[in-house]
Write a new protein. Structure first.
Ligand code: COA
Length: 141
């Protein structure tokens, strides 16, 4: 019926909701640069890790990163803060999917937080031969 989601769409929606991944990290001196803010490469490393976790939790299959979109650094992440990374599946293709990773920064000693960075990663599900396989099984297990 028009306006109603198909069973497939409902299953995908549920997987997207269930695979949303939240990770907190404390920003300690080993990850910072000479400005005493988090080194960009260190943030990108954990963003890719959260994208990987999110995609894996969506597919429950082996996953590799094939591409990353533009990553915006909107706000510095000072040493001694907390960051929350949130991974969300935003596109489901045949063998690939896109995960947006938002990074929020908050003080350890004050309420409130700001979005510091955002970026989108494309990941592909692969089999034992390292070839792409569907990210979503059409037939329910
Ligand atoms: C991922 C990999 C197996 C894909 O192989 P491939 O021969 O390009 O496969 P295909 O052309 O069939 O593409 C597979 C999917 O990836 C997508 N894709 C491939 N290259 C892409 C790129 N550069 N950007 C975005 N999507 C891409 C395709 O659109 C396709 O998606 P779809 O099935 O949802 O339509 C291969 O590129 C690879 O092994 N890359 C190295 C991965 C890696 O080592 N990552 C770092 C460590 S995790």
């Amino acid at each position: 019926m028009e306006g109603q989601l198909t069973n497939r769409e409902l299953r995908i929606q549920k997987k997207i909701k269930d695979s949303e991944t939240h990770v907190f990290k404390a920003v300690f001196p080993g990850q910072t640069n000479h400005h005493n803010t988090m080194f960009g490469g260190a943030v990108m490393y954990i963003m890719d890790e959260i994208a990987f976790m999110t995609a894996t939790r969506f597919c429950r299959k082996p996953i590799v990163t094939v591409s990353s979109d533009k990553i915006d650094f909107n706000h510095p992440i000072p040493a001694g803060t907390l960051v929350e990374l949130i991974g969300t599946v935003v596109r489901v293709g045949r063998t690939s999917l896109d995960v947006r990773v938002d990074v929020f920064v908050e003080s350890m000693y004050r309420e409130g937080r700001e979005k510091a960075m955002t970026g989108t990663f494309t990941l592909v599900a692969i089999n034992e031969s390292k070839r792409p396989v569907p990210v979503f099984d059409e037939v329910e297990e």
